[in-house]
Design a protein around this ligand. Structure first.
Ligand SMILES: Cc1cc2nc3c(=O)[nH]c(=O)nc-3n(C[C@H](O)[C@H](O)[C@H](O)COP(=O)(O)OP(=O)(O)OC[C@H]3O[C@@H](n4cnc5c(N)ncnc54)[C@H](O)[C@@H]3O)c2cc1C
Length: 515
């Protein structure tokens, strides 16, 4: 590959190169050297860049698109846990003010009410990806992240000290780590030789955003081919059409004529369809990278997992991958933690991705139109009408039940920390406010002054607090109030105990480096 170092050009959007920060052996970097290069500035790449920038890491995004415009509206919204992670960074309001709140999500078209979930965000936020991305990009750029636009990562070579990243404009960048957030067809994944294991598609859907001269039938229609839908979220928006196709194999995107034909075959009319804003197709292909890491190269988002959009989980899973990886990669770059911390990224996020593939496969099967699947769907609808099954499935789709396996212990261990109202020496606050700067927090809920974490004081913030209410987790319900919790920057609980617990130094070392 080319080792030529070009200038970064003048299409850089955003701030100057961030500072090289952290303790330990600092790596000397030249003009086109960065701690981290991210291939792809979609939802996952942007979120990861934001997390790294908050930790003071010099990160650059290489993005093919000239701006943040998205083809079609794509993803329809945000689930509770994604809104929570944005809330942990103090930016949730930007997204909430641009979308619409709804208390019902759906599994295989079975509605699931989540208004009784113990979270401030007990709803789904209807917000098209085309609106989500520019808001996220504005925040990330405001943190000083540079986006190199209209350029692609076309190859890379890694060695003991870094990765040489080759760009489409015949320049290259040197990075300590390269993260492929470059979508389902990820070049980074392919070049890294990481197998994308899973299932070939069994069904293909045509998707379009159009205008229609006649008033169409809004809602779902089932026939022998499958389920079809026509809808419009708001007056003034284009009409969205999703049609199950007879054939699975296709070459390229369909055109307006093909859409007309498909409408006629399902509805007997094309409703005078015109002014197509977007016509595309998607399938139920389900594949996952067998490893999320190969040396200095990591994968996140669609680059690591693809699945059908049933349940609306793809974008959400990618953003949450980024929040799991960001602080770990920052600590490794800063040399506060050993490289092995990065292995916990795969260990924690691969099972989450696998579960999304699994539930979307089930949703596709339940959506089949024949009588037997219809019977199965009716039984599922009955089951999901009961509280316990509804809570379990809805907590899975919303990401609120994610439980990283950190061993035996208090139910909070490995789960998301609830956003409790707490009293601190600085006055009343809520837990998520303590996580805005993406640094770990030791929250002492017992006698103030009981902890001494001096060796980690530069990395972990100790907060004495009081919470008088109950501790309630999604699905599990009320749990015993802990004496103290160690909260990771991603909001997951790394340790639960009291000042005398000998496992606290071990947990601090595991997650935030040796004293
Ligand atoms: C019809 C449809 C409906 C969907 N509905 C939902 C939903 O309701 N909810 C949900 O959560 N998800 C949904 N999804 C999935 C969601 O759109 C994706 O999961 C999400 O976009 C993944 O984000 P990402 O950043 O990982 O990848 P992408 O969004 O694919 O972003 C990858 C980025 O990398 C860039 N890129 C690619 N290759 C290179 C390269 N070599 N060099 C530089 N840049 C490169 C691309 O331009 C792109 O910007 C839907 C998807 C589809 C198609």
């Amino acid at each position: 590959m080319s080792s030529r170092r070009g200038s970064c050009g003048n299409e850089i959007e955003g701030g100057l190169m961030g500072p090289i920060s952290g303790s330990g052996d600092r790596v000397e970097r030249g003009r086109d050297d960065h701690a981290v290069v991210i291939a792809g500035g979609g939802p996952t790449g942007l979120m990861l860049a934001g997390e790294l920038a908050l930790a003071g890491i010099d990160v650059v995004i290489v993005e093919r698109r000239a701006n943040q415009d998205v083809d079609g509206s794509r993803a329809g919204g945000l689930h509770s846990r994604t809104i929570e992670v944005l809330d942990q960074r103090g930016v949730a309001e930007r997204f909430l003010s641009a979308g619409q709140v709804g208390h019902v999500l759906a599994f295989a078209q079975v509605p699931l009410d989540i208004s009784d979930f113990p979270t401030r965000h007990n709803y789904v936020l209807a917000l098209w990806q085309s609106l989500f991305e520019p808001i996220l990009a504005d925040w990330v750029v405001s943190l000083g992240v540079s986006i190199l636009r209209e350029r692609e990562v076309v190859g890379f070579a890694q060695d003991d000290t870094g990765v040489e990243v080759e760009l489409s404009d015949a320049t290259s960048l040197r990075a300590e780590y390269l993260v492929g957030c470059d979508g389902g067809r990820s070049l980074v994944r392919k070049e890294a030789g990481i197998d994308f294991a899973g299932l070939d598609p069994s069904t293909s859907w045509m998707i379009a955003e159009v205008e229609m001269a006649e008033e169409p039938e809004f809602g779902f229609r089932h026939d022998s081919v499958g389920t079809h839908a026509i809808g419009r979220r708001e007056a003034g928006e284009p009409i969205r059409v999703v049609l199950t196709e007879r054939e699975v194999e296709h070459t390229g995107d369909p055109g307006l004529d093909e859409l007309r034909e498909a409408l006629v075959s399902v509805y007997g009319t094309d409703f005078g369809v015109h002014s197509a804003r977007w016509i595309s197709r998607f399938t139920d292909m389900s594949r996952q990278a067998v490893s999320y890491r190969s040396g200095r190269v990591l994968l996140a988002g669609d680059a690591a997992h693809v699945h059908p959009p049933q349940g609306g989980q793809g974008l959400n899973t990618g953003v949450q991958d980024a929040v799991n990886l960001g602080w770990k990669l920052a600590q490794v770059v800063n040399t506060t933690s050993p490289e092995s911390l990065l292995d916990t990224y795969h260990a924690e996020r691969h099972p989450v991705g696998a579960r999304v593939l699994h539930n979307t496969m089930a949703a596709v099967a339940l959506g089949r139109a024949d009588d037997r699947h219809q019977a199965l769907r009716e039984i599922m609808t009955e089951l999901l009408g009961m509280d316990e099954p509804r809570r379990r499935i809805a907590a899975m789709l919303s990401g609120l039940d994610i439980h990283y396996d950190l061993g035996e212990g208090h139910p909070l261990l490995g789960r998301r920390m609830p956003d409790l109202d707490v009293q601190t020496a600085d006055g009343p606050t809520r837990v998520f406010n303590l996580l805005h700067d993406a640094r770990p927090v030791l929250l002492n809920l017992g006698e103030p002054g009981g902890f001494d974490i001096e060796p980690w004081a530069d990395r972990v913030r100790l907060v004495d607090a009081r919470h008088d209410g109950v501790w309630e987790l999604p699905v599990l319900g009320a749990v015993a109030a802990p004496g103290a919790v160690l909260i990771r920057p991603d909001g997951h609980v790394a340790w639960v105990g009291d000042p005398t617990d000998p496992r606290l130094p071990e947990a601090l070392t595991t997650w935030f480096g040796p004293p």
